[in-house]
Ligand binder design. Sequence first.
Ligand code: AVJ
Length: 323
Amino acid sequence: MSQSAPALSTNAFLDDVLIGLGGQPKSLPCKYFYDERGSELFAQICELAAYYPTRTELEIMQCHSGEMAALIGPRARLVELGSGNSSKTRVLLDRLVRLEAYVPVDISSEYLTRAASALARDYPHVPVLPVSADYSRPFDLPRLLRAARTVVYFPGSTIGNLVPSEARRFLKVVARLAGPGGGLLIGVDLKKDPRILNVAYNDPEGVTAAFNLNLLVRINRELGGDFDIGRFRHEAFYDETHGRIEMQLVSTARQIVRVARTSHAFDQGESITTEYSYKYGLGEFERLAAQAGFVLRRAWTDEKSLFSVQYYAVDPSAPAGLR
Ligand code: AVJ
């Protein structure tokens, strides 16, 4: 995997925005939600009563971290993708034995540096080696010769942002990153009553709406856009056919928006898709992971089966192409 450029270049951001706004329907990649303000808003979302995933996953971790640590084993290298505020990671670090290193990987370098130094302070016996990178693109990991195995930790059901074909492709990359004898500990949000899902992404406090609209604020600030934020509204709904939440920004008027010498016409009611959040049945996700070269070792859920944390081993019998 070649060394990538710094975490996020404005050109890549601009290219992705122009491609998205040029599409039919229009779309914008959800990874651009996480500027400093976006990361703060997401941290607030995690505290909302309606947004059950974060607290439910933390509860599962607190109940089963001993079993997870036993499956991960001693002297591992723990690579966390999209590490954010690492609150769940601490539950794991409290139980892991002789960890060779903790490698948080995040696109938001300011956020990453702060979270990593706090962890290094609180876990002086764990080498913390942060990597500021966009993990959806190739990136390098610090070499650790003594590590018994590499375990990739991907919490929060961020895998749900990818359409299943992309998720399969991404999990293949993760299987290669973990390598022979390696593993994957992943958070997967489960299918459930659409009423629970719809309120989780349309919270009465309006934080998710602010998180969604902040993407336009960011485009205006960083790419010289002239989005009139007041003429777009947040919308999120559960699409049963695809088994996903879809988040959109809907134009409340006919309008022209300019971004970097390009102009984009919007009809009243026309939407920009900003995020998918796929929900899975337990068996459904196990099959997807198997197609990517993983074998399920254990799946933990909460009592109400709202969320799951799953541990996979890299399939030693997987065909070479998958290794
Ligand atoms: C961080 C991607 C898991 O999809 O539930 C929260 C982001 N979007 N509220 C999710 C999010 C709206 C979240 N993930």
